[in-house]
Design a protein around this ligand. Structure first.
Ligand SMILES: Cc1ncc(COP(=O)(O)O)c(C=O)c1O
Length: 461
């Protein structure tokens, strides 16, 4: 084996010295070298190949997608048919699920959750299967309220309402503070579930563009509310889907102040908040609220199990009204699953799992960006998410991602076409890909097929 030499340059794809070799050359312990390699892998600089060792990854930085130019007028939404068509296709179990944002698939926690649920059933018996209270299992609400104490956010258990996922939380929050015909400001691009809600509730969407690096700007929000009668804003708390950008805490504070000065409620969607790749978790916008006009929506879907369908709303001012709407929509959420999640969090398993999951996702992200850069080079722009589980790709303007979507499906690969994420048919040339899956040969093969498909629709030079 070639001994490690200090100052030596390594080429892309080259094998790095073994742990033992490097530890001997540098006179440091093997665990120290291992730790350093793990950190480099986390940063996407090197790649571990099973039974082969560590390799230097390809390092080229592709450009970020551009901030969109938007019509800047409220509009009725009609995405439902498109969403339905895409959903039918992407949720086929045999497809490689690059179109589904399901981060926990990258590191399933099934065994632990099963064990916890069995324990709950044996201790609680029939009671676990009974109806629970409308607002949800009190110990879980207490625990969630307690978790907001970390940000000095004074929420009581009664300020938390358990829902069927974040989707129901957003639905209830919207119904609570707006009605049909009202203008709802959303980020652009925006998570399509929010657009579908706006459509169903007969409201109008106003797109506010987000910057790929920093998310929303106060100026853009100010412009939107200055020009149009915005009733409510629905924005990501910190980590946006599909762009993956992070809204800095000071920008968040300015936006909350601006909205509250104009008596505009903010519904913050915090489902990806715990899946951050930055040093610290972003602070919920509600922390900066002085008038109580911020309603926080989140869930365990991206951090434990989407099938459990457990989410929550956190609001003091609107809690009673939200509970009424919850009762009318679905009564209560599954009692047994709430108890299971409570035990999962209480045991410390949840926090340990989140740390591992973030590590896997950040590595997957680096792998996927590296592969796409190698396969498609400068012909695409790729987002650099600071959290979450999706990449946003921008292709040549002439390309229709609906064609790529169809061609990929024929090869049993699901992707999300860009038009899902805008009410105004923007982002036709964009695609969202998820790296929330267990990384294996099938993913790598699938990405190669995806790149071939993209190349086949690229305009000829
Ligand atoms: C940004 C965002 N908000 C809300 C949801 C809905 O989450 P849940 O599955 O908890 O209803 C999703 C799911 O994909 C999402 O990506």
């Amino acid at each position: 084996m070639v001994p490690y030499k200090q100052g030596r340059n390594y080429q892309t794809g080259q094998k790095l010295p073994s742990l033992r070799n490097l530890s001997a050359s540098l006179s440091v312990s093997i665990p120290t070298v291992k730790q350093a390699y793990i950190e480099l892998e986390r940063q996407g600089l090197i790649l571990a190949k099973p039974k082969s060792g560590y390799f230097l990854t390809h390092q080229c930085t592709s450009e970020q997608p551009r901030k969109a130019r938007l019509p800047n007028k409220p509009m009725a939404v009609s995405r439902q048919q498109l969403i339905e068509d895409v959903f039918k296709s992407i949720h086929q179990p045999h497809n490689l699920a690059l179109g589904v944002a399901n981060p926990v698939a990258a590191l399933p926690i099934t065994k632990t959750l099963n064990r916890t649920m069995r324990r709950v059933m044996s201790v609680m018996g029939d009671k676990a299967l009974h109806y629970g209270s409308v607002a949800g299992y009190e110990p879980l609400r207490r625990q969630l309220a307690f978790s907001y104490m970390e940000y000095a956010l004074p929420l009581a258990p009664d300020d938390i309402i358990i829902t069927n996922g974040a989707q129901e939380a957003l639905n209830i929050a919207l119904q609570c503070v707006a009605k049909a015909g009202d203008v709802i400001a959303v980020e652009s691009p925006c998570y399509f579930g929010i657009l579908e809600l706006i459509e169903n509730l007969g409201m109008l969407a106003l797109e506010v563009p987000i910057c790929p690096e920093d998310g929303l700007t106060t100026q853009d929000v100010e412009k939107a509310i200055g020009k149009h009668p915005v009733k409510v804003c629905v924005f990501s708390s910190t980590i946006a889907n599909p762009m993956g950008c992070v809204l800095a805490d000071d920008a968040k504070q300015q936006i909350v102040e601006l909205l509250e000065n104009n008596d505009i409620p903010l519904i913050e969607d915090d489902v990806y908040g715990d899946l951050y790749f930055t040093k610290k978790r972003g602070i919920p916008a509600q922390k900066y609220s002085k008038k109580g006009l911020v309603i926080t929506c989140s869930s365990f879907s991206k951090t434990a199990a989407p099938a459990y369908r457990i989410g929550w709303i956190a609001t003091h001012k609107f809690s009673q009204r939200c509970a009424q709407i919850k009762r009318s929509l679905s009564g209560s959420s599954s009692h047994m699953i709430q108890i299971t999640l409570f035990e999962f969090v209480r045991s410390g398993d949840y926090e340990r799992y989140l740390t591992q999951l973030r590590g896997v996702l950040v590595t997957n992200k680096a792998r996927m960006i590296n592969m796409l850069q190698q396969l498609l080079g400068e012909s695409i722009r790729i987002s650099d998410p600071k959290g979450g589980c999706v990449l946003w790709l921008e292709l040549d303007k002439s390309i229709n991602s609906a064609d790529i979507f169809q061609l990929a499906l024929q090869q049993n690969i699901s992707v999300s076409p860009g038009t899902l994420f805008s009410p105004s048919n923007r982002y036709q040339h964009c695609i969202r890909l998820s790296y929330g899956l267990p990384w294996n040969d099938r993913v790598e093969e699938g990405l190669k097929v995806f790149a071939d498909i993209c190349r086949s629709v690229f305009p000829s030079q």
